[in-house]
Design a binder for this molecule. Structure first.
Ligand code: GUN
Ligand code: ZN
Length: 435
């Protein structure tokens, strides 16, 4: 296969921006070239320079005036909840019991899981998201469907069979032993196959007995390189109930710490209402708090104190995510738009450079995967998106008055959605579905 040279404007972050004019936090090429071959980025730079030293048979794809960014990364989603989005519930626990658990029961059927897996990848690529960290259902069939589809599409995905052995319908329960055995089987079948990564996935402390948590701990010890994902401190009723179920723990975070689940590969969905002690424990372990803005607003869970967590002496590592289907949009633009509004309500600012850093390099760093994704650096995987900030009449009109890159990014975040994603490339292959 010959190399491909993409000509467009290019943007790739190199570190977290400190303010809205922080041009030292990214590389921007106004007439850029991205050289791609065999699923990898070979070169990134200005067109005049890069184009002089490419192989003779290189194909040139001209995407000017569009903007190429690394593929977007979503660090917390529920693959079996595509048909749960827009369910009318008063709060998290009602939403789980009334809509979400019954829906997830359907994933015992391989055919259903296979069908939703196809729709899932279509929808994520349509929105420019090339890596997602997904909860499958409790059924191994759901993890098989998810990873098989990822392998077919060549994507870097992280996923896990959910472990849950209480406080849910019978059709959604495993046991400490079957949860352990099936997770081991999912790891054997899928971890490292293609670009797939398996995550150890206890749903949350409410749905796992102490006996199951002990088996989760055993998995974490046997597979210390794997990601661990769960939920933490999302809703006040959830926190109260959790602490009743684990009366010996000093707080919610301490439950996970007790079972050895706090570490640099641990992703804690929501983490909105942490005490100082909990935030210290998270920070000392290097664990990641995953902010899910559209979900937190949709379920009325609370306002994520982003700046408070970033300003403490013991800072938290933070990622950002859609949390489909508690979340209400597949778009990382919409997700960061809501994150911006949450900070407005807290009297804080979230500038667009930070937002676009978070959905690319920031999330890659939170996943300890920035040597592969979240950047356009040569040597990394060729996952990238082609964006058009003038994709709709309203955006085109506003674009007429845009004067800077930061303003353009803010427009993309505020009015953009899947229509602004012209193309999505996964390992160098065009993947955006047309319908
Ligand atoms: N806590 C436990 N399970 C879930 C879930 O599926 N969605 C959300 N938002 N919170 C949870
Ligand atoms: Zn979740």
């Amino acid at each position: 296969m010959s190399a491909t040279l993409f000509r467009a404007r290019l943007l790739s972050f190199t570190r977290a921006p400190e303010h809205i004019d922080d041009s030292g936090s990214y590389r921007y090429e106004s007439d850029g070239a991205l050289l791609v071959d065999d699923g990898k980025i070979l070169a990134m730079g200005d067109y005049a320079t890069v184009s002089t030293s490419v192989p003779e048979d290189t194909v040139v794809i001209d995407r000017r005036p569009h903007l190429i960014l690394p593929g977007l990364i979503d660090t917390h989603v529920h693959f079996p909840q595509m048909q749960v989005i827009a369910s009318y519930a008063a709060n998290l626990l009602e939403w789980l019991n009334t809509y979400t658990f019954p829906e997830e029961c359907r994933f015992v059927e391989q055919a259903h899981a296979d069908r939703i897996a196809k729709a899932f990848f279509d929808e994520f690529f349509r929105n420019g998201t090339t890596t997602a960290v997904a909860y499958c259902s409790v059924h191994k069939a759901s993890a098989d469907a998810f990873f098989a589809e990822s392998l077919r599409r060549g994507s870097l995905m992280i996923g896990g069979k959910v472990m849950m052995d209480r406080n849910a319908p019978q059709g959604l329960l495993d046991t400490p032993e079957t949860g352990y055995d099936e997770t081991r089987q999912v790891i054997a079948d899928w971890h490292g196959k293609g670009r797939n990564h398996v995550a150890i996935t206890p749903r949350f402390a409410i749905t796992s007995t102490p006996e199951q948590m002990e088996r989760v701990q055993a998995l974490a010890q046997e597979f210390p390189d794997l990601h661990i994902q769960t939920h933490l401190s999302e809703n006040h009723d959830e926190i109260r109930y959790t602490c009743e179920l684990y009366p010996d723990a000093v707080d919610y975070t301490d439950i996970y710490a007790h079972y050895g689940l706090l570490g640099r590969k641990s992703l804690f969905g929501h983490a909105i209402h942490l005490s100082d002690r909990e935030a210290d424990a998270m920070s000392e372990a290097g664990a990641v708090a995953v902010h899910c803005p559209t979900s937190n607003l949709f379920l009325g869970s609370g306002l994520f104190p982003l700046r408070k967590y970033q300003r403490r002496d013991k800072k938290l590592r933070i990622a950002v995510a859609t949390d489909i289907g508690g979340g209400s949009s597949y778009s990382m633009f919409k997700t960061l738009d809501e994150a911006y509004k949450i900070q407005q309500l807290l009297g804080e600012r979230l500038n667009p450079l930070e937002s676009f850093h978070m959905m690319t390099l920031g999330n890659a760093e939170a996943l300890s995967l920035s040597d592969r994704i979240g950047t356009l650096e040569p040597g990394t995987d060729a996952d990238f998106v082609v964006l058009n900030a003038a994709a709709t009449p309203a955006m085109a009109l506003r674009m007429e008055t845009i004067r800077s890159l930061a303003e353009e990014l803010f427009l993309l975040q505020t009015l953009g959605d899947d229509r602004s994603v012209v193309e999505t490339y996964v390992a160098g292959r065009s993947m955006k579905p047309t319908a």
